[in-house]
Design a protein around this ligand. Sequence first.
Ligand code: CAP
Ligand code: MG
Length: 429
Amino acid sequence: MAGKIDWYDEFVKPDHKPINDEMVCLYYFEPAKGITAEEAAGRIASESSAGTWTTLHDLPARVEKIKAHAFEIKGKYVKVAYPLDLWEPGNAPQLLSGIAGNIFGMKALRNLRLVDATLPEKYIRSFRGPNHGVKGIRSILNIKKRPITGAVPKPKIGFTAAEHAGVAFETWMGGFDLCKDDENLTSTSFNRFEDRVEKMAKLRDRAETQTGEQKDALLNITGETNEMIRKARLLHDNGWGFAMIDVVTCGTASVQTLRDECADLGIAIHAHRAMHAAFDRNPKHGISMYFLAKIMRLIGVDEIHVGTAVGKLVGTKKEVSGIAGMLRENKVAGPYLSQDWGSIKPVMPVSSGGLHPGLVPPVMNLFGNDFTLLVSGGIHGHPAGTRAGAAAVMQAIDAVMEGIDLNEYAKKNKELKQALDKWEYLKPR
Ligand code: CAP
Ligand code: MG
């Protein structure tokens, strides 16, 4: 072949020092056989910005200014700096189509993982972030200090709307703040969304009267965008303070739309992350959960699932606490990049999956008090039923907050004792 046929090398500048309004991404990468690290890095920067596989006959002069540059190639990590002009303000799908798009399928890369990105201040300002966030959620529920508590009726799907509302009532009466839909429950022939919304609202009012506490629910509006808007309005009209969205399956575009709709309605967004493990579980390939959580904070969900470290689903202690720190305190640890959040509010982390009273101490140890604790199977499987199960979790929280060992606290708290007798300190798989 005569002459130069590709220009990937033009996208590598090992000593590049990013300027203020460049977006910097951190990738883990493994070149395919026969490809050098520099060649691979050039392909990442090129295909995610302004390049293509071959040299071109006509190239506008502007391209020189909007090219991304791979720099700091250190072992299996590379940073890529993207000029801000590449990105449309306030367009999350476009950002993903670039920095998390075609590059994952390039033959020249055996593995590629988007670990994190530093989003420039100017870019951040084109998004609104959470309307409620940590403080807003506490104020909706009127809970000052302790973790927020919630449960999903189990089995995940199968109850009628009336049965479901009955389980919600028991959950609230046991002391929990929230009853949550499961990720795959939306509106079914046997449990229509509208029915559930109304039946639960009646029992919520009863539970509030009987307990004197604020009760709410995370009803799942996941679906087509206009249908989600309709359902969000229905939630608002029935006095609910939250809407739940499966943010990965719905996609960033619809989450952006619903962020503004829910803000207008004054309701908070609970983000479930079902399907995240399809792209974040393999540590060598895909997109990190950290980055998913970051983009959801940018768009503006009010709370999002981040894992438990000790429960039934994947996610190490380091990973889970790293994400919670980023969401809540703008903290950066481990391999992640610095981030100035400007006026974007903190997001409440949600811990869920295989939890029960015996696991409340390690989870609180990991998260502190500012998080939403979801315990589902771990209350409905209580030997004395849902209400007692919820009470047992509330007792476990009290014990931790008072600095008392669970076994000790269980001596005077029957429900906690029964739960510990069944599950002890089991870490389920
Ligand atoms: C938990 C749960 C949640 C997962 C989500 C479930 O129920 O409802 O969807 O926790 O995981 O179906 O498994 P249990 P994550 O409390 O009965 O396990 O928060 O990690 O995304
Ligand atoms: Mg679930």
